[in-house]
Write a protein that binds this ligand. Structure first.
Ligand code: ADP
Length: 674
């Protein structure tokens, strides 16, 4: 194959990966064409590209998945090659063929390789023949119930039923005993039929504590192949990766080479070209088994880039242009340790369900040679229902795992995102947990260490709640100070931080919600105005607290124990990052003083993050006290918001179907004069 030079490529993707590819293309002097859906016309990837072509409506099956439109965009703009990114069309053999028919280079493997790996069972047959170790199992065409059952009985339980056309963890069922077999098979088949239109199954021995270790391979069209070491992706929720690292902890040089060579054999067995990932399960005894090969660039490729100093997108472009691999196996050196944490708009407290919203505030940590942020969104952007809710990938590097982990937790703590629930606190707690620090990894990590990671222990709250209250008090004090400074009238009663509580000037009461549990905290201010010493009461204990606030850094003294925390405010809630955990609080009933009882406005804010279900009166309606005004749903439960007293509903701020943040004002309510 002759070496071709690309002047212009099209990126058939969106979000962070489109931006990532554009960055490298630009560095190589290659012009770029973006494609975008109606929902993405103002997206970052569009503004970064030299040209952009609209390819349809927001749902991806009407735009990013319609390969005819992608090809038409490439033809129209004269792009010589298409980079598919990951997801969408990246493993679509028909798309790959259509590129060829239109004389456009597909930046990826030959179509035959995609086809061979498209079926999990066909892939296993090929790999078995090439001498790549497989999890013991049945990968045959005979799909009779008895055949599958006796294969399972012979193997011994537990076994795993897997849809041959599966992906994303769907169509998989564990079977722990022969009695469970039929029910599990029926369920797995149903899920597979719904998800992939194919209910063929393979059966595998279910490994109870494996690690997910994958090898990055690269092949060129001249017969050269290398492996760029491995990544450990054992930390998963719903069989999907959340934190990846390279190299895999505890890997010996010998095992690394053995797995690397097995991965190369796998790639060569299907005449591979370009970037590929061979996924293995690594058992506790050091045996490893082929799971699948992904014939594209992976989400987690940056950790490999960080430890090898290579740009894998540049490699892809060069290989696709017909060049030889940029480095030989001997030239590739593994250096240091890297982590990637996937920052998602999702709610870890609600089974990691995705959430949507507007990124009203977005401040990633400062980037450097050690800290990299790959993202496709900017402040003000929407995380919509249409696409993957990943906001960014945070990648860190340092010379060893401990140091890299320290970088990771620091960077997570500095990540500021408002407008929606994210998994940042969860990632921080996970990265700080003892088992993660000790690299005690396997694919059941999150379930196994649930209590360590979620920090729900009541004992911990005895310290965290006063700290949260102290923060709120200091914040209130700081605002009052600002008001005093700007009004210039230090004698005004309204400059008094506690002025609205004329009867009990120094008593503050909060209701703080943690993990959907509400706690009452009260505090007395000691000394006079401006004093930052308090006596805080919560959970039946009294604590002497004192502190100061500088920017978002809180210094506290709780009964003589000195500690620091960093505070991140989101709308209606805030997270406290201490040295070893992050806890998010929501102020249920703010310290409104007399207003609270007088106007009875307490009930007109959203009691928690949720969805608006129904509006029960028309805007402008006069209502009686206690009349239902609207219904919200949160955590699968409905909550009715009622009129606090007689009055008029002047308008609603949300419509049915809208997501509402806890604490947000729901409607404009006017209390009747009488
Ligand atoms: P998918 O293509 O749906 O993502 P995979 O075959 O890649 O499915 O498996 C996804 C995850 O399921 C793996 O990372 C691993 O955690 C778990 N898994 C898969 N096969 C086995 C097995 N035989 N034993 C134990 N866990 C497995």
């Amino acid at each position: 194959m002759s070496v071709q030079h690309f002047d212009k490529i099209l990126i058939a993707n969106r979000g962070e990966i489109a931006c990532r590819v554009i960055r490298t293309a630009r560095a190589l002097g290659i012009r770029t064409v973006a494609v975008y859906s109606d929902a993405d016309k103002n997206a970052l990837h569009v503004s970064m590209a030299d040209e952009a072509v609209n390819i349809g409506a927001a749902p991806s099956r009407e735009s990013y998945l319609v390969y005819e439109r992608v090809i038409a965009a490439a033809v129209k703009t004269g792009a010589q090659a298409i980079h598919p990114g990951y997801g969408f069309l990246s493993e679509n053999a028909d798309f790959c063929k259509a590129c060829k028919e239109n004389e456009i280079v597909f930046i990826g493997p030959p179509v035959g390789a995609i086809e061979s790996m498209g079926s999990k069972s066909a892939a296993k047959q090929i790999m078995g023949a090439a001498g790549v170790p497989l999890v013991p199992g049945y990968h045959g065409d005979d799909q009779g119930r008895d055949v599958l059952k006796s294969a399972s009985d012979d193997m011994g339980y537990p076994v795993l039923l897997k849809a041959v056309a599966g992906g994303g963890g769907k169509g998989m069922r564990q079977v722990w005993s022969p009695e469970e077999f039929d029910e599990a098979l029926a369920a797995a088949r149903r899920e597979a039929m719904n998800g992939f239109g194919n209910d063929d199954m393979l059966v595998e021995k279910y490994l109870t504590q494996p690690r997910h270790v994958e090898v990055q391979v690269f092949c060129d069209s001249h017969g050269n192949a290398v492996y760029l070491f491995e990544r450990d992706c054992s930390v998963q929720r719903r069989h999907q990766k959340v934190i990846e690292e390279a190299p895999a902890p505890g890997m010996t040089a010998e095992l690394r080479a053995t797995m690397g060579h097995a991965a190369i054999r796998a790639a060569q067995a299907i005449d591979y070209e370009g970037a590929g990932t061979v996924e293995f399960l690594l058992d506790s005894d050091g045996s490893f088994y082929f799971m699948e090969m992904n014939t594209r660039l992976q989400v987690e490729h940056p950790v490999t880039e960080m430890i090898t100093g290579q740009d894998l997108v540049e490699w892809q472009l060069r290989v696709a242009a017909g060049e030889v691999l940029p480095a030989t196996q001997k030239e590739l050196k593994l250096n240091g340790h890297a982590f990637e944490a996937r920052i998602y708009a999702e709610d870890p407290d609600n089974d990691f369900l995705p959430v949507t919203g507007t990124l009203s505030f977005l401040q990633p940590p400062e980037t450097s040679a050690n800290v990299r942020v790959d993202t496709g969104v900017l402040q003000g952007d929407e995380v919509s229902v249409y696409y993957d809710p990943m906001i960014a990938k945070l990648i860190v590097w340092d010379e060893n795992r401990d140091k890299a982990l320290q970088r990771l937790t620091r960077a997570l703590r500095d990540y500021r995102i408002s407008g929606m629930t994210t998994n940042v606190d969860f990632l921080y707690n996970l990265a700080n947990s003892e088992p993660f620090r000790n690299a005690d990894l396997d694919t059941g990590f999150i379930e196994k260490h649930h209590s360590d990671i979620f920090h729900v222990s009541e004992a911990e709250l005895e310290q965290e709640l006063p700290l949260a209250a102290l923060y709120l008090l200091l914040e209130q004090e700081r605002n009052a100070q600002l008001a005093r400074d700007s009004s210039g009238d230090v004698t005004s009663p309204w400059s008094e931080p506690s002025a609205w509580r004329l009867n009990e000037p120094y008593l503050h009461k909060f209701e703080l919600c943690v993990h959907e549990q509400v706690y009452e905290v009260s505090a007395e201010q000691l000394g006079k105005r401006g004093d930052t010493r308090y006596r805080i009461h919560c959970k039946g204990k009294t604590i002497q607290a004192q502190g100061s606030l500088a920017g978002s850094e809180l210094s506290a003294n709780l009964d003589g124990y000195l500690l620091r925390a960093s505070v991140a405010e989101h709308n209606g809630s805030f997270s406290l990052y201490t040295a070893d955990s992050a806890i998010s609080f929501r102020l249920v009933k703010p310290d409104l003083g007399d207003l609270d009882d007088a106007a009875g406005q307490g009930g007109l804010t959203a009691p928690m993050n949720g969805t608006m279900v129904t509006l029960m009166v028309e805007p402008g309606a006069d209502v009686k006290a206690d009349e239902p005004l609207l219904v919200m749903e949160a955590m699968k439960m409905e909550h009715t918001i009622r009129a606090p007293q007689d009055g008029r509903v002047r308008g609603f701020y949300y419509q049915p179907g809208d997501l509402v943040d806890g604490g947000a004002e729901l409607l404009d309510f006017e209390v009747s004069e009488s």
